[in-house]
Ligand binder design. Structure first.
Ligand code: BES
Ligand code: ZN
Ligand code: ZN
Length: 491
């Protein structure tokens, strides 16, 4: 995205976005404000949350500008997410009106800091501008040129504002990395090509990438991961990303992303409809890759390791079968009752690896893991299982800033009983009920009492339809929240 900060009095460009608070008096000291006063008087536009009104004006030498006014609701009720959504809708309007160079008036609020205002505005604009058109013959991606500015304040501190813009832009780009990876079809993005992409992203962003091939994965004894992978002709890859932003500190945060570049369900095959979006079963991997990029590019003072066990879950003469008993890197045996519950099998080897070999002190795993999470919470809220209240509180605090939504599920011992097998240490199915929790509990058996957050993004990683600042497809959730959680520790 192209975005700069520049206060200029005569509004240039071919479009102007003016976000308006419902209860804020308009200072009638410039031409657009006069027009807005008339709009309010004539009740054509009231500034209600999400309300949009567009008109054109001529300005100098017959130039025509589209003016997009967008409502924010009442100042007292304003929050970051309302700003993101309003600016997102306005951006989509500007695209529909074929605007190229758009001036956006900075919001003045009494309840939100300048930092949060600028960041939310940039996030809303940048995320709404995103499109995924690379496979169309007419490959046109949107490319708007945004200028943020203030029409009434003159002496704003440019440096600070530029810093806020820079950080938000970085988060937009990191989210788009995750969205693009999720949207790539499985014939293009499979473990080996995912490795190439991660290599490029690592080089550009400044994190280290190490890749283990099938032979090396075998010598690590990752039997659970390999059992899932073996039905495919595309070989698996274990991808390790490292960023050492605080060498004086020994603490290491571990991120694990589910990396099923395709999930057919295996012999417990999915119905046709359920298979269409399963190219996105690496949404967790995409989000940890995006997060690593944001962390490295902003030089955060933290040590992070991210691990992705990338493979495909397919059917063949070599595929694993319901009833199989398999091993795992941690040594626990697992009875496979359903080959479609494959995510947890790949995750537990990745989690064990990140703790044993990378010395992670705390673990966040992110996975499109269960339909049950979607049944429980819908597709706008990520389901969380955790063994640590402080860690969960950090997630909640971060989410307040980013607007991404999370809800914690219970994690009682009773759930842990549901995944014990009669003939092996564990089984990969927890019975009919509480599926999102028992899937989390399965992963929990491998975290060795480390502070742990399990994020089931089965509903939130993929959007079935467009909304204010996203399109149908990969959402990039929860890149911004994980970044924010780490950022909150920097103080
Ligand atoms: N990748 C799916 C989960 C999923 C479902 C993600 C819908 C996104 C949208 C996962 O591997 C899976 O198939 N889980 C099974 C588990 C069950 C067999 C215990 C499920 O949820 O049905
Ligand atoms: Zn599955
Ligand atoms: Zn899956």
């Amino acid at each position: 995205m192209k975005i700069t900060f520049n206060n200029f009095s005569c509004l240039q460009g071919d479009g102007v976005i003016v976000p308006i608070l419902e209860d804020k008096l308009i200072t009638p000291n410039d031409e657009i404000n006069n027009m807005l006063a008339h709009l309010k008087d004539s009740e054509k536009f009231e500034g209600k949350k999400g309300e949009i009104f567009t008109f054109t004006r001529t300005c100098g030498e017959g130039k025509i500008q589209d003016i997009i006014v967008v409502g924010l609701g009442r100042d007292k009720e304003l929050n970051n997410e309302i700003i993101r959504k309003s600016l997102g809708s306005a951006c989509k309007k500007a695209i529909a009106l074929k605007c190229k160079k758009v001036f956006i008036k900075i919001i003045n609020s009494t309840v939100i800091s300048e930092k949060d205002i600028i960041k939310s505005m940039v996030e809303g604009l940048g995320l709404a501008e995103y499109s995924f058109n690379r496979y169309k013959k007419d490959k046109k991606e949107n490319s708007l040129d945004f200028t943020l500015g203030n029409t009434e304040k003159e002496n704003q501190e440019d440096n600070k504002i530029n810093e806020y813009i820079k950080e938000a832009k970085l988060l937009v780009e990191a989210t788009i990395i995750a969205r693009n990876l999720t949207n790539e079809p499985a014939n293009i993005l499979y473990p080996e090509t995912l490795v190439e992409r991660v290599g490029e992203i690592g080089r550009e962003s400044g994190f280290e990438v190490e890749v283990f091939d099938e032979k090396q994965i075998k010598s690590l004894k990752m039997d659970a991961f390999l059992s899932v992978a073996k039905g495919s002709d595309n070989p698996p890859r274990l991808i390790v990303m490292r960023y050492n932003g605080n060498p004086q500190d020994s603490n290491i945060l571990g991120l694990v992303g589910k990396g099923l570049t395709y999930d057919s369900g295996g012999y417990s095959i999915k119905p046709t409809d359920g298979m269409v979006t399963m190219k996105g079963d690496m949404g967790g991997a995409a989000s940890v890759i995006g997060t690593m990029s944001a962390i490295a590019k902003s030089n955060l003072r933290i040590n992070v390791v991210a691990v992705v066990a990338a493979c495909e879950n397919l059917i063949s003469g070599r595929a694993y079968k319901p009833g199989d008993i398999i091993g795992s890197m941690a040594g626990k045996t697992i009875e496979v009752l359903n080959t479609d519950a494959e995510g947890r099998l790949t995750l537990v080897d990745a989690v064990n690896y990140i703790i044993e070999k990378e010395n992670a002190d705390e673990v966040i795993d992110i996975a499109t893991l269960t339909g049950a999470a979607v049944v429980a919470l819908g597709d706008k809220v990520t389901a969380v299982v955790s063994n640590n209240n402080e860690f969960y509180n950090e997630l909640e605090e971060a989410a307040k800033v980013t607007g991404e939504k999370f809800w914690r599920l219970p994690y009682f011992d009773e759930y842990k009983e549901q995944i014990k097998s009669e003939i092996a240490d564990l089984k990969n199915l927890g019975g009919k009920y509480g599926g999102a929790i028992t899937a989390g509990a399965f992963v929990g058996e491998f975290v060795k009492d480390k502070p742990w957050l399990h994020l089931d993004i089965a509903g939130t990683a993929w959007a079935d339809s467009a909304s204010e600042y996203s399109i149908k497809g990969g959402t990039g959730v929860p890149v911004r929240t994980i970044y924010q959680l780490i950022k909150n520790r920097q103080k």
